[in-house]
Each structure stands twice: as C-alpha cells, then as structure tokens.
Design a protein around this ligand. Structure first.
Ligand code: AVJ
Length: 320
C-alpha cells in the first residue's frame, strides 16, 4: 500500500510566515505571538508531555470518551470513506477510532509539523497495513483543497482536543463552515470541545505543578532565538494562564519580569516590567452553546458524548 506525503503550499499561518508574524506581533501595542508557533519539534514534544500530566485532564478524558464510543462515532465508515484529521499531531487518539472502524480505507492527517506527521504515518502504517495514510503538511485553519485520493470518498472530519477553543467564537464559526465545505455534502465532523467548569480546575490544567506548560509557552521565545537569531533571555519572562469567566476562555501569556529589550532581525523590542505577550486563547463552551455555534456554521448537530463529570464533550456534526 503506497503512502504518499502531500505537501500543500508551505505551512505559513494566516500571516506571512514565522519571521514576519513575530515582528508584526511584537510591534503591536498589546504584544502577541500566534499559538500555532508552539508546534515546532521541541514544542510538539512538550505538548505530548502535557497530555500525560494529571492536571491536564482534556486528553485523558477525551481519550476515554473516544474509546467508549468510537464505534458509534464512525458507524457506517467503510472502504469508500476517508477520515480527515485537522491538526493531527501524534495521531494517538486517532488510533482509538481506527481500531473501531476496521473497514475505513483512507486516513488524511493535516498538520504543520512534518516530523510529527512522518512519525505518525510510520506508526499507523505498521499497525494498520490495510490503511492508506495521506499526510498533508499544512495549517489546518486554512483548509486547502484535499488530495485527489479523497475526491470520490465520503469524508469524515476529526477535530479532537478542543483545538477549536484556540479560535474566537467568530473564527470558530468560520472554521467550522470552511470544514463543512471541505468535507462536502453528506460529510460528518467529530469534534472535541472542552466544557466550561470550575475555574480552579481550568487554571490548574494550564499552570501544571510540573512546569511543563510553562516550558511549552517559553519554548516560543526559544524558537525565536533558534530560528530567527533572537536575543530573548528566557529567564526574564514567566508563564501566566488566567481564566476570563466573562469571555469563557483561558488566556496564556509570557510576562516580562523586568524592563528589558530583545533584538530580533536587527530590531530592538522593549518590554516594561509586568508587560505581557499574549500567546494563546482556549475558549470553553457549554454543550448547547457549541451546538448553536455549529448550526450557525451550517452543520446539523447530532449526537454528543461526554464523561460522567461533564468535563469534556465530543460532538457529531452532520452536513446537510
Ligand atoms: C492543543 C489547543 C487543545 O488549548 O488545551 C495545552 C494546547 N495549551 N496547554 C489546549 C495547550 C496549553 C491545547 N490545545
């Protein structure tokens, strides 16, 4: 079975590529860096570590939901179906679905990190010899045309992990709409959504006691130093994650411990003491709130699976 790597155009996020986005983000009155840039090889490793932390419940709870309901989620998936995953990373959760849909013939993971995609392809091809794996190196938030191999197949989208939470509700609606168009008539989308809950539980998940999330966040500055010859002193910044109950989101930042400057691309960026660089939003939803968001994007909300504590939810969306 051939497994081909399909490279959509270079993985530049909405902006103009890493360097331009960094210079643009740090030139703003409220400095910001895109959370997409967390996922270089080092960042993907750190995120993998986060998913194994006791404080970080989303991965563990979603995995249990997928294991318990995977058959139902992919019922009807057969040789003519294809599973398209948005932001696939390690594809570890996907294995739970693939185990429970033995007739599924094609899997197309989309991710910006080519090394993570290649590792996943090798592992899955060995585990599921009948399965054709078509990795796509791209930014899933800019759905590009799918490879020809998927043209005449019924497409099932998979968007786990509550990565939908990285988008503002407006952006989430637009993304869900773009996914519906990409998956086509009769398409289906299985999406993981982290639920609103006691703020202390949320804050603990993004400020883990082991400091791995802090390292994941600070890796952004390390990446700028590595790839752009930046002059960030990482010890001059600390990780912060707060919960904004009104907006229903966790906000991650890097806060400057003192007045300092960092040189990037020949330009000096000044930071005052306490000044923050915004690095990520993680919106949380109520079950009905998310169903409304999905139907606004033209999907028909179907079944919903949650855990007994209602910490996390997996939604089935059907295209008309
Ligand atoms: C991969 C976006 C789902 O928002 O929970 C984990 C990333 N950030 N810890 C999330 C993340 C901090 C994660 N997502």
């Amino acid at each position: 079975m051939t497994n081909d790597i399909d490279r959509a155009e270079p993985a530049a996020p909405k902006g103009h590529g890493f360097a331009a986005d960094v210079l643009d983000g740090l030139s703003r009155a409220e400095k910001r860096l895109s959370c997409l840039y967390f996922y270089d090889a080092a960042g993907s490793e750190l995120f993998d570590e986060i998913t194994r932390l006791p404080d970080y419940y989303p991965t563990r709870v979603e995995t249990d939901i997928l294991a318990a309901n995977g058959e139902e989620m992919l019922d009807g998936a057969d040789e003519d179906s294809a599973l398209v995953e948005f932001g696939s990373g390690s594809s570890r959760k996907t294995e739970l679905l693939l185990e429970r849909a033995p007739r599924l013939a094609l899997y197309a993971p989309i991710d910006v990190c080519a090394s993570a995609l290649e590792k996943a392809r090798a592992r899955l091809s060995a585990r599921f010899p009948h399965l054709r794996v078509c990795p796509i190196v791209a930014d899933f938030s800019r759905p590009a045309p799918l490879p020809a191999a998927l043209a005449d197949r019924r497409r099932i989208g998979f968007f786990p992990g509550s990565t939908i939470g990285n988008f503002t509700p407006d952006e989430a609606r637009a993304l869900l709409l773009a996914m519906r168009v990409l998956l086509g008539p009769g398409g289906r989308l299985i999406v993981g959504v982290d639920l609103k809950k006691d703020p202390s539980r949320l804050i603990a998940a993004y400020n883990d006691a082991h400091g791995v999330t802090a390292a994941f966040n600070l890796n952004l500055l390390a990446r700028i130093n590595r790839e752009l010859g930046g002059g960030f002193d990482l010890s001059g910044f600390c990780h912060q994650a707060i919960y904004d109950a009104r907006a229903g989101r966790i906000e991650m930042r890097l806060v400057s411990r003192r007045r300092q400057t960092a040189k990037i691309g020949g330009r000096d960026f000044a930071f005052s003491r306490g000044e923050a660089i915004h690095t990520e939003d993680c919106y949380k939803y109520g079950v009905d709130e998310f169903r409304v968001t999905a139907s606004d994007a033209g999907w028909t909300p179907g079944r919903v699976w949650t855990d007994a504590e209602a910490l996390f939810s997996v939604h089935e969306l059907r295209a008309p």
